[in-house]
Design a protein. Sequence first.
Length: 435
Amino acid sequence: MKVLVRSVAAGAGVMYAGASFALDSFQIGDVLVEPSMTVGAAYLYDRNQAFGGRTSSAGLTVDRTSSRFEGFVLPGLKLTGPQTSIGTFFGGVSAVGAMTRGGSDAAGLTHDDPERISLEQAYVGWKSADLFPSLGKDAITLSAGRQNFMIDNGFLIGDGHTDQGKDGAAWIGPRTAFSNTLIAQLNTGKVHADLFDLRANANIDYLDYKEHLRLRGANLEWRDTWGTLGATYYHTLDTDNAARNGVDVYDLRAKGTPFSAVPQFTLAGEYVWERGGDDHKTAHGWYAQGNYAFTDLPWTPTVSYRRTQYSDDYDPMTYGYGGEYGTWYQGEIVGEYMLFNTNLDIDMLKLALQPQKELGLGLIGYHYRLENASTNGVTSRDFGNEVDLYANWTVTPTVTLSALYGMALPGDAAKQMYGDNNRSSLFETSVTWSF
């Protein structure tokens, strides 16, 4: 472990030394060309994966102890045309090359040293510029092709590609674009709206499972100084999985500062209903979270509590990584590899500290219970607990370094599911350089 830490620090130092390097934008006639590059690497070490069992929740064989390395490179190019009387045209393209070397992950979906190069984004679009002055500059945007799309923090929609073993770098997950998208957006400041038609891809080769999932719907948000109110509807169609075909999904959410006299206190919540479809689905998923920041104390400690519940037939479909640990992979051991946001109740308690502007520290605790034990073929709802300790360091504006140590203890349900009762532990660290 000491050798590993020194190696990561050395790698960060090399990146720091080269962090002044940047890809400058340039003009070709009236077209602005903006090249970009993101390079990332991660090291993960697991002990007693699947709580010491030999079979994952996906039914695949796993190594009890595993050490693996992931890396990716993501070059991109964005083009923006000149502003004209009819608006501004733009486009972009990117690709991903990723690899994994080492043992299997705790789900059994990474082995045999996979690697893959593929197209990531390829889209074109138009912005209204000053065409509608009463709405504001660039109030309307139309786009189509392969591109990213996320609603709020990704609880409902956030990731268009299920990264898995043969993609390489499955934990980092650099592939997120939806394919065959049509998106229309309105943004007038307080009012934001989306009309979308998206296709998500879930090709899990090690399970011989391939699926395309099409989502067609609308999103509406009211954004004010105190926070945001939002509502979303979408309908699934053209799916390869009959259980997902024809489902109507409804979503309501809110977040912000409810009391102007106490700006340190924030609330957030979201509720999703899933109805109908070929399987006559009736399901729900929701969360409620409160945060309090002690702004008068050193390191500005922030305490958060979140309650999340997913019914036993809830389908998370295209939920994504919301940008920080715990959203929406709730637990780097259990949430990443064991329980996947269905048939689940989760209590989360988090302490976040900010010793310096560039350094964030945190401690997160989770308690997991199955919503319906019989759905998983067990007699207990108590799945277990997990604790994650992490650090995020912004080395430079373009280089970030993250490290986490996690530990999970099985409850009676997990012991019955995995046939063992060992403590699982995990160390992971990653470096990302964007230029």
